[in-house]
Design a protein around this ligand. Sequence first.
Ligand SMILES: [Zn+2]
Length: 363
Amino acid sequence: MHLISPSKVIKGRQAWLEAIPHILKITKSPLILGRSQSTQNIRNQLARDLTEKDVNVISANLEFDCCFEDLNRIRKLIVNNKCDAIIASGGGKVLDAGKYLSDFLSIPCITVPLSASTCAGWTALSNIYSTKGQFISDINLKSCPDILVYDHDFIEQAPINTLTSGIADALAKWYESSITSSSNNNGIIQQAIQISRVLRDQLFIEGKDAYKNPTVYNSSWCNIVEGTGLTAGLIGGFGGEKCRTAAAHAIHNAITQLMPKNKPLHGEIVGVGILLQLKLEQLKNNNQLANQSIKQLVRFMKDLNLPCSIAELGIDVFENDNLNKIAHFTCREDSEIHFLPFKIIPSDIVEIIASFESKKIAL
Ligand SMILES: [Zn+2]
């Protein structure tokens, strides 16, 4: 089964105002879910706008990431207040939590992403983390959200590193889907891979301009935020599981286990994961073009001030047995690393990361 897209996608400037009549058709008593204090004023605006339309709004914020502790607490709040829908408004962790709860309780979900850092507003997937931000698992949901409201005026207010993080995460679609599914004969999957290639090219062409001029008046910025928040989600929906993740995300999941002091954003870790995946392809699959791709990516990532090594994420792999920890988590039984068309064992991960981080491999 393909869960391709939200039932309605309302995007652009003032998308929120445009969405209100559609929201009123499906909820009279929603819970508005968020997390960060810095976006609380936007959620207050959502609550005010709906209250003016005689909607009974309850609000709640996550304390941690999308974790079972928060999910249980908020589930009780929803049940006790008889909420009939969830409006998840924030970054990826908030969107994932809202989608998970609406799926669990079989009530509609409206996603209102407040940054371009993720396509979580679109997809039928939730990633579950520990209270400390360590990846636990991803859960397939029964459907994509009912309404996705992608309001450029809200997204413009987000910190710039959410944009660059979203770009790195969206780039991963091509690098991961092309290696895992290029020999797949299914036409739909082939077409999804091609969309991810077109998206990659657009990110390369317009990403730097979007980063330098992050405003709703810059068409490059509009194209890039729609690429990271919408097209990246469509690729996952259209192509299915195999078009989503491979080594870059498997390495991301492993790195989250180590919890550096200043936690990087999801896409910032995934970007480093792409570089390491390409190194694996070079060493284990004789990919002659991998080094070229790494050079091209590193140049682009540096232009966007994205981290280009695990050290730049704030983790020393040569301390605390970190290298082995990353290698073993990356290669655990149900890891996406095994979607690669060649076998990977922990010593391969140790080898490429050790040489990459000690710069024995020239960038
Ligand atoms: Zn991702």
